[in-house]
Write a protein that binds this ligand. Structure first.
Ligand SMILES: [Zn+2]
Length: 406
C-alpha cells in the first residue's frame, strides 16, 4: 500500500488553542500511530488532521480505516480543499471542552444499576406504579411507594428533591378498543388522588434561568395491570442513573430532573411546565425518556434509539443527538422521527411554550408488542440499548450545558 505524507510545519498553522480538527475524505490507508497534519494516499484518499497540544487528544490511527473517523477524537472540521473526495464527516465548530467530563461520567453509567431499578419498580417489590392499586397489607398506593423510593435515591445522591401536586384520576377502560389502546375517560364516580412530580436539580453556576430538563414518567398504566417496565420504569431508571452520575458535576446551566405521571389524567408534566413558567424561567431543552428499552420483535437486539421531534427546534436537538452518537462512538442506531403534533411529556413543554423538546424512544411509530399490556415486563427491556441512551443523553446534557442551544 502506497501512501505519501505531507507534514506541515505546525507552527505555520494558526489555530485557536481549543480547536482540534480532523477530517478524513474517502476511505484511506494510513500508517498506525501517526500524528499528522495532512496526508494523502490512494487516489481519492486525502485527509487532514490538525492538532493542538491538548494531551487528551490522541491521533492514533489504525490501518484499515473507513472507521477511523469514528476512532478519531474529532472536535471540529472545516473546509480545507474543496472537491477532494467525499466528505465522510463534518461538524460545526463546538466547544468540546466537556469531553473529559463526558468520558469520566459515562464510565460511571451502570447497566446493572439501571436493570436493578427497573426490576425494583416493575417486578419486585413493586409490581406496578399506580394510585389505584395498593399491595395487600400496605397502606400506600404502589405509586406512592415508588415516589418514596425515587426520592430516597435522589436524596442518597445528595439532591434535595421537592414535590408539587396535581389532582388526578385513573383512566377508565374501554374493552371495545384494541388491547394496547383501551384507556378511556375516567368514569364519573372515579376518585381523585393527589399525584406528585418529584423534582431535583443541579443549580447552574452561570445561568440559572435557562434550564436543561430531563423528564420521565414514573407511573404505570392506571387502566390495566401492566408492570410498565418499558413504559416507563426504564425511562425513570435512566433519569435516576443520569442524576446519579451527574451528582458531583458543576453545571453552567441548571439541570433539572422531573419524575412525572402520564398514565393517570391529567398529566402532571403540565403542572411541572406551569411551575417553570411561574418561576419566570426558560427551558433550554427538555429531553423526555420514555420506552427507550423497547422495540418491535423484528428489531430485537438492535441498538436503536429514535429521537422524536415536533418543532424545528426539536429537530435541531435530534440532529445534535446524531452528531454526539458519532462523536463519542456511543454505538446506537440513531435516527430522528417527526411527529405532526405535540405528544407525551415533551409535548407538554411544546404546548406550554417551550419548543426545545424531544423524546427518546426505542421505536417510532411505536412498535413494542408489549406496549400497554400485562406482558410489559422487566425481563423484556433491552438494557444494552438503555445504557447507550443514557450515555447519549449524558452527552447531550453536557453539550447543551457548554454550548447552549445548537
Ligand atoms: Zn410512557
Amino acid at each position: 500500500m502506497k501512501y505519501f505524507l505531507f507534514f506541515l510545519v505546525s507552527a505555520l498553522i494558526d489555530l485557536p488553542a481549543e480547536i482540534n480538527i480532523a477530517r478524513v475524505e474517502s476511505a484511506c490507508q494510513v500508517p498506525a500511530s501517526t500524528v499528522m497534519t495532512e496526508f494523502t494516499g490512494e487516489p481519492g484518499c486525502y485527509g487532514i488532521v490538525q492538532y493542538t497540544n491538548d494531551p487528551d487528544i490522541k491521533f492514533t490511527i489504525q490501518e484499515g480505516s473507513l472507521s477511523i473517523y469514528r476512532e478519531l477524537p474529532i472536535a471540529s472540521a472545516y473546509d480545507f480543499i474543496p472537491g477532494q473526495g467525499n466528505t465522510q464527516y463534518t461538524e460545526e465548530t463546538y466547544d468540546f471542552s466537556y469531553k473529559k467530563a463526558f468520558r469520566s461520567l459515562s464510565g460511571k453509567v451502570s447497566k446493572e444499576r439501571i436493570r436493578n431499578s427497573v426490576y425494583y419498580l416493575s417486578d419486585d417489590p413493586l409490581p406496578r406504579r399506580v394510585l389505584n392499586y395498593t399491595l395487600p397489607g400496605h397502606s400506600l398506593s404502589t405509586l406512592a411507594e415508588a415516589d418514596i423510593w425515587i426520592e430516597g435515591r435522589l436524596t442518597g445522591a445528595g439532591y434535595s428533591p421537592w414535590q408539587d401536586e396535581t389532582k388526578v384520576r385513573a383512566f377508565g377502560r374501554d374493552l371495545s378498543k384494541p388491547l394496547a389502546h383501551q384507556y378511556a375517560a375516567p368514569p364519573a364516580d372515579a376518585p381523585e388522588y393527589p399525584a406528585h412530580n418529584i423534582i431535583a436539580e443541579l443549580t447552574g453556576s452561570a445561568d440559572r434561568e435557562n434550564i436543561i430538563v430531563v423528564i420521565a414518567h414514573k407511573d404505570s398504566q392506571s387502566w390495566i395491570a401492566s408492570p410498565g417496565a418499558n413504559d416507563n420504569a426504564v425511562g425513570t431508571s435512566a433519569a435516576l442513573e443520569l442524576a446519579d452520575v451527574l451528582k458531583d458535576y458543576k453545571p453552567l446551566h441548571t439541570i433539572r430532573f422531573i419524575f412525572c405521571n402520564e398514565e393517570h389524567t391529567p398529566w402532571t408534566s403540565i403542572t411541572a411546565v406551569n411551575g417553570i413558567r411561574s418561576e419566570g424561567k426558560d427551558v433550554l431543552a427538555a429531553i423526555n425518556l420514555d420506552g427507550i428499552g423497547g422495540k418491535s420483535a423484528e428489531q430485537a437486539g438492535k441498538l436503536i434509539n429514535i429521537t422524536r421531534y415536533t418543532t424545528p427546534e426539536g429537530e435541531r436537538l435530534a440532529d445534535l443527538n446524531s452528531m454526539l452518537n458519532k462523536r463519542f462512538s456511543i454505538g446506537l442506531e440513531q435516527s430522528k422521527f417527526r411527529s405532526d403534533s405535540p405528544g407525551d411529556d415533551d409535548g407538554s413543554f411544546i404546548n406550554g411554550g417551550f419548543p426545545w423538546a424531544v423524546l427518546n424512544i426505542g421505536s417510532m411509530p411505536y412498535a413494542d408488542p408489549n406496549y400497554h399490556i400485562e406482558t410489559d415486563t422487566a425481563d423484556k427491556v433491552d438494557y444494552d440499548t438503555t445504557e447507550r441512551v443514557v450515555k447519549l443523553t449524558l452527552a447531550l446534557i453536557l453539550h447543551l450545558d457548554r454550548n447552549g442551544r445548537p
